[in-house]
Ligand binder design. Structure first.
Ligand SMILES: Nc1ncnc2c1ncn2[C@@H]1O[C@H](COP(=O)(O)OP(=O)(O)O)[C@@H](O)[C@H]1O
Ligand SMILES: [Mg+2]
Length: 427
């Protein structure tokens, strides 16, 4: 771990990160230039002992990208922000060569690729085995373009994840740096929520929805306490283990200054999980951004369909939201009319509808509708925090001990907590 810290706190990198404010701002002018195969040997501890099943990459028929072709959800302007580490390489290389002789980590040959799990705009994710201990891992391979250095999203993802140690956040085991790629070695997790939803159409078992949601909030509360926003919550970025553990993944946007509309390769980033304040032009967002995403994911798990599947642009996305939750007014959201996009976007008035109009089964689940509306408050100031959300009456049938678990303990260590069969629910 000490080595990892050393690697990611290189002088230039440190300088650029120290410019970031508490909830993050990018601004690197440093560059990270690969100049040798496996430049850094890895600092990590043994990994990849989780047993698992092979996960099929299947089509997602409700509008998400496929797991195999995960949404290219990253930074506009990625090419502008490359990190080049030009200092200390000689010394570090000598050190790492020494380490390389005795450590299997930081080396590509330690891992054997099995199959492709997902492909985004700048990364491919493979299922692989660790040849040393036989365990399964996921390799997130980030292409490096000659001269351009390392995509800053990748550095951000690594530097954040090294400090986020929580059972509901995917664990980064190792980093391998070669001339052409930067590879993150993650614990392998059986599937993602998008694939899980697709395999269980028509909505999930409400008991499982509650357990997934609680774990999502648990991972998020941990991030928010550390002033880290995820910024890109969506089913594809939530991994689900065989046991039903949910893990936040893909922290590539977690320190971006703004929420981009296009990726590095000009693909459109999904707006479905983006809150109305950000769509209306507000730059003054914080943890409330992620909470809106939680609300959307909650309803999607219950219903089986994305709740606000905007198809065209920001305006269209806002219309989808207003049609369910009503057009925002100065009365319930003071200042909304001053937001830059308000005048152009809010052209007609919609009255709010009960969520149960669209998702009737929500009214059969005690506390669920009220809870959803607290997550999906249009006015960000009224949105409930992750910490408070975990205490909501909707979760009151979960054992009290669930609130006192150490960060490293899964909710499934509690004997009362078990994932239910989705199959039985559908039949
Ligand atoms: N640790 C993992 N275990 C298993 N599958 C993973 C893991 N990490 C990512 N994946 C799969 O790969 C996809 C893309 O990974 P992600 O980190 O979201 O990359 P991108 O930045 O390209 O979206 C995910 O949607 C998921 O299906
Ligand atoms: Mg992703």
């Amino acid at each position: 771990m000490r080595q990892f810290r050393k690697k990611l706190s290189l002088k230039n990198l440190k300088r650029s990160f120290s410019r970031e404010n508490s909830f993050g701002e990018e601004g690197p002018d440093a560059h990270f230039s690969p100049s040798d195969e496996s430049l850094d040997s890895s600092p990590f501890s043994p990994t990849g002992s989780e047993p698992s099943l092979v996960t099929d990459a299947t089509n997602n028929n409700h509008g998400h990208v496929r797991r195999m072709k995960s949404e290219g959800d990253n930074l506009a302007g990625r090419s502008k922000h490359k990190v080049k580490v030009s200092t200390d390489f000689g010394k570090r290389r000598a050190l790492s060569l020494q380490e390389k002789t005795c450590s299997p980590f930081g080396k590509l040959e330690t891992y054997k690729k099995l199959c492709l799990l997902g492909e985004g705009s700048y990364a491919k994710v493979y299922k692989a085995t660790n040849k040393v201990n036989g365990g399964l891992v996921a390799l997130k391979e980030i292409r490096l373009q000659t001269d351009e250095g390392t995509p800053f999203t990748a550095i951000r993802e690594a530097s954040l994840l090294k400090d986020l140690k929580h059972v509901n956040i995917v664990c980064l085991h190792d980093i391998i740096h070669t001339k052409s790629n930067l590879t993150f070695v993650f614990e392998f997790v059986q599937t993602d929520l998008s694939t899980y939803l697709e395999k269980n159409p028509g909505g999930l078992n409400p008991h499982n929805v509650k357990l997934f949601l609680f774990q999502l909030l648990r991972g998020l509360a941990y991030c928010h306490r550390r002033k880290v926003l995820h910024r890109d919550l969506k089913p594809q970025n939530l991994l689900i283990s065989e046991q039903g553990e949910l893990k936040l993944a893909d922290f590539g946007l977690a320190r971006a200054k703004s929420v981009p509309s296009q990726t590095y390769s000009n693909e459109v980033v999904t707006l479905w999980y983006r809150p109305p304040d950000v769509l209306l032009g507000s730059k003054d967002y914080s943890w409330q951004l992620d909470i809106w995403g939680v609300g959307c994911i909650f309803l999607e798990m219950l219903w089986g369909h994305p709740v606000f599947p905007g198809v065209k642009n920001h305006k269209d996305q806002l219309q989808k939201i207003f049609m369910l939750l009503g057009t925002p007014t100065e009365e319930d959201w003071p200042g909304v009319e001053n937001l830059t996009e308000y005048k152009e976007t809010v052209t007609r008035t919609h009255r709010p509808r009960p969520i149960s109009d669209v998702i009737p089964k929500i009214s059969e689940i005690p506390g669920a509708e009220k809870f959803a509306s607290q997550l999906l408050q249009m006015n960000p100031r009224k949105r409930i925090s992750a910490d408070l959300a975990m205490k909501h009456e909707y979760f009151s049938d979960l054992p009290d001990a669930i609130h006192h678990l150490p960060d490293a303990s899964s909710i499934f260590i509690l004997p009362e907590i078990k994932i239910a069969s989705e199959h039985r629910w559908i039949v």
